[in-house]
Ligand binder design. Sequence first.
Ligand code: IPE
Ligand code: IPE
Ligand code: MG
Length: 247
Amino acid sequence: MSLKSNIHSENLPKHIAIIMDGNGRWAKKKGFLRALGHENGTRSVKTTVECCVELGIENLTLYAFSTENWNRPKLEVKTLMQLLISSLKKEMNTLQKSSIRLNAIGNLEHLPAKVRKELLHVIDKTKGNSRMTLTLALSYGSRDELVNATKLICDKVKNNIISAENIDETLINQHLYTQNLPDVDLLIRTSGEKRISNFLLWQIAYAELYFTDELWPDFSKESLYKAIHSFQSRERRFGKTSEQLKS
Ligand code: IPE
Ligand code: IPE
Ligand code: MG
C-alpha cells in the first residue's frame, strides 16, 4: 500500500524546501559521469513537483545551484546551466497545465544571460498560475541574501524612507529574496549529509528537518510521502509546552 494514504490533508506543510543533493555520488556509483547524475536528478524534480501539486502543497522551493557551486569545475557549471535551460523549455507546458507559478531566488544577475532570459520568460508566462509556487534557488546563498537585504534596508534608512527604529522581523522578511513566501515548514535534504549548506538560514528558523540517505536521483513519490509522514508525526511547539498546545 502506498504511504500516500497515511498523509493527513489537514496538516500539510505549507512550504517544503529541498536540498537536492547526491547527483554526483549517484553517477559515480553507477560508473557514469557526474553530468548524467544531474540529468537523472531532473527526473526527481519532475516527480517531486507533480507529487506536491497532487497533494496540495502550496509552496515548494528547490535548491538547484548555490553561490558556492560557482567554484565547481567550469565544465560542470556549464552542464548545469545547459540542463537548466533545457528543463525550463521542456517543462513550460506542464507548469501551465498544472497551474504552477515559477519563481526564482538568488543572485540572478550572476547567471549567464541565456539562462536568465529563459528563466524570466517562464516566470512571466506562469505569473498568473495559482495552484502552487515553485521556487528555484539559483546562484542562491543565504548569507548573500542577508547581505543584500541589509544593504537595501540601509539605503532606505539613509534616504529617510524608513527609520532605524522601525526595523523588525517583518521588515527584514520583506527584503529577502523570499519576501512573498511563508516560512519553511519542512526542510528535506537527500544524500545523507546533515548540513544546511547556506540555504534559507532565516526562513528555516522553525522548520522541521528531515534527512534521508537516498541520493537525489533516487528520490521518489514514496520518499516524499515518508518525509511528509515524518513531519506530521511531530509536535511543533514553537517554544510553548506540550500541555499549552493541547489546551
Ligand atoms: C546536487 O548533487 C546538485 C548540485 C549541487 C548542483 P551534487 O552534484 O552535489 O552531488 P554529490 O554531492 O557530489 O553527490
Ligand atoms: C548544496 O549541495 C547545494 C545544492 C543542492 C544546490 P552541495 O553538494 O553543493 O553542498 P555541500 O558543498 O556538500 O555542502
Ligand atoms: Mg553535493
